[in-house]
Design a binder for this molecule. Sequence first.
Ligand code: SF4
Length: 230
Amino acid sequence: MTGTTDLRRLAERAGRELEDAPASDILSWAADTFGARFCVTSSMEDAVVAHLASRVRPGVDVLFLDTGYHFPETIGTRDAVAAVMDVNVVTLTPERSVAEQDAEHGPALHDRDPDLCCALRKVAPLANGLVDYDAWATGLRRDESPTRANTPVVGWDERRGKVKIAPVARWTQDDVDRYVAEHGVLTNPLLMDGYASVGCAPCTSRVAAGEDARVGRWAGRAKTECGLHG
Ligand code: SF4
């Protein structure tokens, strides 16, 4: 692929041209343009984007950040996705185990300094994991929160110098639910147990019916995003 300036121009043009395109067309463009240098990231809340991507690029790399703090159900979803879907699940891990982090920073860093905890356990491992790719796709949706309302379907990830693709940016939760039902897509069982958005166990709680999905993330703390998408 070309240099950073060319990639940025490519992303900006594609963002304009694909704004109204179906998610599958956006992913087809990504697969055709970047080939093996394109990947999907998944939190294993559901496997919708991985499923969409596998249909246009069988065997596509699906990156999963194993922070060491996941619910067993999330790890189980990852394993099920790897077992039954035509994707290559790549698990990224932080430099230090939870025990090593506790020894260096004290226990429960997520309660005292969640920004540092996310930086060590999410942001840094993803940066390392994306080194061999020019483009990555996420499941970000504009309706998830005000901070995501302007998410482009294809944009430029300034921090990492990558093309960032959000093929379901324009989808609603109903669109996700419909796709899951139509295609029998794997979802995290916690979504049926009161959790509307699934992250690390210490930082994720159930939400009341009708509450905003992301209210259950870092509840009671002045934090709404992990720093992966800033
Ligand atoms: Fe740490 Fe919580 Fe961030 Fe997970 S979500 S990396 S436990 S602060």
